[in-house]
Write a protein that binds this ligand. Structure first.
Ligand SMILES: Nc1nc2c(ncn2[C@@H]2O[C@H](COP(=O)(O)OP(=O)(O)OP(=O)(O)O)[C@@H](O)[C@H]2O)c(=O)[nH]1
Ligand SMILES: [Mg+2]
Length: 453
C-alpha cells in the first residue's frame, strides 16, 4: 500500500530541550523540505546523509538545523523520511511544523509513522505494537519483553506454522471442488501432526503470558494483615517515601493505595490495604472487602503480624487461611524492635520474616525474599514471551478453532466443515502478525500511540 500524502510531526517530547526532531514521511518529504531549507539541494543528496542549513519562512530565518535524509525504502516507514533537528524551543518547532504544513505536508495522526512502517511491510503488527511497549518500558524486564517482540519474537515461528496450515486448507478446498468423487488430497495424519505441533507452540506461548504480563505491567504485591500491624509503614519503607498515612489508630487506611518500585530490574506494584477486621463502619467495611479482592488478584501477598497484640494461635490460624487462598505469600512479623528474644524464639517454627518497618530494619532482606518468591529471574534472553493481551486472546481463539479441526478429523465431519475451522484458525493466527487486519483493529492499536511515533 502506498500513501500519496506526506505526514509531519514532532518526534521528540514536546517542551523545551536541547534539540527537537521533526519527522516527515511520504513521497514529497524531501521536496517539501527543500522548499524551506536553505543549504544543499536535498533532492540531489544520497540516503543516510546529514546536512546543515537554515529553515526559512520567506526571508525570515526560523532556525539553523541539521537535516537527516532517508531515501525510501531505506527508512523506518519504507517511504522517503526526513528528520529535521532543530533547537528545542516549542516556538521554533511549532513554527517549522506550520511552515511544512503550508508547504504541502499534513499533520500526522497518532502512531501514523509506525502504521506506515507496518502497511509498507517494514514490520509485522506484533512488532509495531512492540514499538509502543518499548517506548513505554520503564524497567529492565518490561524493556526485555518489548525488545524481544520488536525484533521478531514469536511472529516468525507463527508465520511458518500458518503457511503450513494454509497448505492443508487449500488441499481440502481442492477436495471440495471434486465434490462427489471420494478423493483425499490432504493427508489426515499429516494434518493431525501439524495441528499437534501448533498446539504445543500455542500452549507454550499462552502459558508465557502470565509472566509476560507481570514483566510488562509490574508484579502486584498486596500488603495485608490486621489493622495497625504496620502495613502502611511498610509500604512507605519499601518506597522510601511517605506515601501512605500512618497512625496509631486502627483502621487508618480505608482504601487501597498503590505505587510502583523497581527492585533489581523487576517492577513491583505494592498495594497497601485496609486492615482486615469485622467492623460496623460502612466505609471501612468496603475497604476490607476491597482488600480481599486485591488479595485474590495478587501475585504475592505480604502478610503482616504484630505478636505484641496477636497470640501465636492467631498467627498460626491466619497462616492456614493464607495457604487455603493458594496465592504465594510471605509471612512477616513487624515491630521487631518491640519484641523480646523469648517471644521471637516462640515464633521460630512459623518460618516468618522479622522486620521493623518503622526503623527500616530487615527491608533489604525482605526485598530479596519477594524477588525469590516471584521467581522472575530465570528467564533467558531467547525465551519467547507473550505480553500483549490481544495476542494471547488471538492465540486462545486459534487453539479453540484447532480443537474443532481435531474433533472433525476424529469424527465423521464433511470436508467443508473441516475447511471452515482451519480457516478460522488461520484468521486468528493472522490477526497477531497482521496478515489479517481490519480497519477497526488497526485504529484500535495505533490510536493508542503518541503523535510522532
Ligand atoms: N515500634 C514500631 N512501631 C511501628 C512499626 N511499624 C509501624 N509501627 C506503628 O504502628 C502504628 C500503625 O502503623 P500503620 O502503618 O498505620 O499500620 P497499618 O497496618 O497500615 O494500619 P491500618 O491502616 O489501620 O490497617 C503506627 O503508630 C506506627 O508508627 C515498627 O516496626 N515498630
Ligand atoms: Mg494503613
Amino acid at each position: 500500500m502506498t500513501n500519496n500524502d506526506t505526514i509531519v510531526a514532532l518526534a521528540t517530547p514536546s517542551g523545551s530541550g536541547a534539540i527537537g526532531v521533526i519527522r516527515l514521511s511520504g513521497p514529497d518529504a524531501i521536496t517539501i523540505t527543500d522548499k524551506v531549507f536553505k543549504g544543499k539541494n536535498l533532492a540531489k543528496q544520497a540516503s543516510h546523509t546529514i546536512h546543515f542549513g537554515t529553515i526559512r519562512d520567506g526571508e525570515a530565518i526560523l532556525d539553523e538545523v541539521l537535516v537527516s535524509l532517508f531515501i525510501g525504502p531505506h527508512s523506518y516507514t519504507k517511504e522517503h523520511v526526513v528528520e529535521i533537528s532543530t533547537h528545542g524551543s516549542p516556538y521554533i518547532i511549532e513554527s517549522i511544523i506550520k511552515l511544512l504544513i503550508r508547504s504541502g505536508a499534513r499533520a500526522a495522526k497518532p502512531g501514523e509513522f509506525t502504521l506506515r512502517a507496518f502497511l509498507n511491510g517494514g514490520m509485522d503488527l506484533s512488532q509495531a505494537e512492540a514499538v509502543a511497549d518499548l517506548i513505554a518500558s520503564n524497567s529492565a524486564s518490561s524493556h526485555q519483553v518489548a525488545m524481544q517482540q520488536m525484533r521478531g519474537g514469536f511472529s516468525n515461528e507463527l508465520q511458518v506454522l500458518r503457511e503450513q496450515l494454509i497448505h492443508f486448507a487449500s488441499m481440502i478446498e481442492l477436495e471440495l471442488d471434486f465434490g462427489e468423487e471420494d478423493v483425499e488430497f490432504a493427508n489426515r495424519d499429516q494434518l493431525r501432526d501439524l495441528i499437534n505441533k501448533i498446539h504445543r507452540v500455542l500452549y507454550r506461548l499462552i502459558s508465557s503470558f502470565e509472566q509476560g504480563n507481570v514483566m510488562k505491567n509490574g508484579v502486584p504485591v498486596v500488603i495485608a494483615g490486621k489493622p495497625n500491624v504496620g502495613k502502611s509503614t511498610l509500604l512507605n519503607a519499601l518506597l522510601n517515601e511517605e506515601r501512605a498515612i500512618v497512625s496509631e489508630i486502627a483502621g487508618t487506611t480505608r482504601d487501597t493505595i498503590e505505587d510502583e518500585m523497581s527492585i533489581k530490574g523487576v517492577v513491583f506494584r505494592f498495594i497497601d490495604t485496609a486492615g482486615i477486621r469485622e467492623t460496623a463502619d460502612i466505609i471501612e467495611a468496603k475497604g476490607v472487602e476491597r482488600t480481599r479482592e486485591k488479595m485474590k488478584q495478587a501475585k504475592l501477598i505480604m502478610y503482616l503480624f504484630d505478636p505484641v497484640v496477636q497470640a501465636s494461635e492467631e498467627i498460626s490460624e491466619q497462616l492456614e487461611e493464607l495457604k487455603v487462598l493458594g496465592i504465594p505469600f510471605v509471612g512477616i512479623v513487624n515491630k521487631k524492635d518491640l519484641l523480646d528474644v523469648s517471644l521471637i524464639r516462640s515464633l521460630d517454627s512459623f518460618n516468618l520474616n522479622f522486620i521493623s518497618a518503622k526503623e527500616k530494619e530487615g527491608i533489604d532482606e525482605l526485598k530479596e525474599e519477594i524477588l525469590r518468591k516471584v521467581n522472575l529471574h530465570k528467564i533467558n534472553n531467547d525465551d519467547v514471551i507473550v505480553s500483549n493481551i490481544r495476542h494471547v486472546e488471538a492465540l486462545q481463539k486459534t487453539e479453540e478453532a484447532l480443537e474443532r479441526v481435531l474433533y472433525g478429523l476424529d469424527n465423521p465431519v464433511t470436508s467443508d466443515f473441516l475447511a471452515m475451522d482451519i480457516k478460522q484458525a488461520l484468521y486468528y493466527l493472522g490477526e497477531i502478525t497482521g496478515a489479517v487486519t481490519t480497519d477497526d483493529l488497526l485504529d484500535n492499536i495505533f490510536s493508542k500511540f503518541c503523535i510522532g511515533k
